[in-house]
Design a protein around this ligand. Structure first.
Ligand code: DGL
Length: 291
């Protein structure tokens, strides 16, 4: 692993015993930061590794077989290197497919991120809800099962966006796309007919809350937007408990790992630092040409 440290930080790859857990937060890219922020707020004492498989981004376009193999391989390396007590799979595209494989293979708790269909069905008044996700997530049996189980009485509009996750990355790196481009991706979320109109949009890709402010502003009409990150942080606390009193994490206890690190320019480094991730390492995992 190539460790690329920013000024003033020291990274020790030898895992030392600690009274607090190490929590591994995993995504294909920067979207999982929306979940990481909430989990960090809930367990500010913990050690964190934020792992982004940016060499494989976007996961939404990968075949199911490729995705299972890729996430399992990366996870094995990460678990061996960092020995986390818990893994948060902060990616709907991966969670809706890979979680059973990970749980069967590694003996530690995995918290997943899956489309918030039940909360959306509970929140809607018009009965029209939109699940905004990657093409991978909208195609999953898992997503269809959630709809059948929790939203059978609703009209569910599944929108698989090919571009939004990339737009969210661009936003975070200080190169936002135009309002017109963003609105073009959002339009299919808004359905209106003689029975009413969409009133809930569930953000079922962890990248999308990075664009939430702009989405609210551009929406053709106001809707309830569901960001599942706070619920995921609550689940983490249920499983590993409240912060350890008297222990305060310092910068050495939070590390960002990328499989490629291609976009790591000064503006992304500044954004990561602002989100609580000053130290960065590269753990190469190239995407094979055949994938
Ligand atoms: N952030 C990921 C998700 O929640 C996926 C984005 C992608 O890699 O396509 O689905």
């Amino acid at each position: 692993m190539r460790v690329d440290l920013l000024a003033g930080t020291a990274y020790n790859p030898v895992v030392m015993p600690s009274p607090v857990p190490t929590i591994l937060v995993f995504d294909s890219g920067l979207g999982g930061l929306t979940v990481f922020s909430e989990v960090l707020k809930a367990r500010p004492d913990a050690r964190f590794v934020y792992a982004a498989d940016d060499a494989g981004f976007p996961y939404g376009r990968l075949s199911e077989q490729t995705l299972v193999a890729r996430v399992s391989t990366f996870m094995e390396r990460l678990i061996e290197l960092h020995q986390p007590q818990m893994v948060v799979v902060a990616c709907n595209t991966a969670s809706t497919l890979v979680l059973p494989h990970l749980r069967a293979r590694f003996p530690l708790p995995f918290v997943g991120t899956v489309p918030a269909i039940k909360p959306a069905a509970l929140a809607t008044k018009s009965g029209k809800i939109t699940v905004l996700a990657t093409p991978g997530t909208v195609a999953r049996d898992y997503t269809r099962d959630l709809i059948e189980t929790y939203a059978a009485g609703c009209e569910v509009n599944l929108v698989g966006s090919r571009l939004l996750a990339g737009f969210a990355e661009a936003e975070l790196t200080g190169a936002p796309v135009s309002d017109a481009d963003l609105l073009a991706e959002l339009r299919p979320c808004f359905v209106e007919d003689e029975n009413g109109r969409t009133d809930v949009v569930t953000l079922s890709c962890t990248h999308y809350p990075l664009l939430l402010e702009r989405m609210r502003r551009l929406a053709p009409w106001p809707v309830t937007w569901i960001d599942p990150a706070p619920a995921i942080a609550r689940r983490v606390i249920q499983l590993i408990g409240q912060p350890v009193p008297g222990h305060e994490a310092d910068e050495n206890e939070v590390l960002a790992v990328f499989t490629e690190g291609r976009g790591l320019d000064s503006s992304l480094r500044a954004a990561l630092r602002e989100k609580g991730l000053p130290a960065i390492a590269i753990e190469p995992l190239p995407l094979l040409q055949t994938q």
